[in-house]
Design a protein around this ligand. Structure first.
Ligand SMILES: [Zn+2]
Length: 71
């Protein structure tokens, strides 16, 4: 059984790269039983999605800027 700290660490590393299936299972199991980590997981998900959207926008802005003639 994972501790909450271990679970949180797994959650944030999951966002960066693929996790071995055994760790995924452990995390899933912990999330099933631990309400506060579930909430934390939701928030990390939101942050991750927001981050992706922000990154996308920056890329698009850069692209538009470089296409623009000098102002
Ligand atoms: Zn927990």
């Amino acid at each position: 059984m994972l501790t909450c700290q271990q679970a949180t660490q797994l959650m944030s590393s999951r966002l960066d790269h693929e996790m071995p299936i055994t760790k995924k299972m452990n995390l899933k199991l912990h999330l099933m039983m631990c309400k506060s980590c579930r909430r934390c997981d939701d928030q990390l998900d939101l942050i991750h999605q927001a981050g992706k959207q922000w990154y996308q926008r920056v890329i698009e802005e850069q692209a538009t800027k470089s296409n623009d003639p000098e102002k």
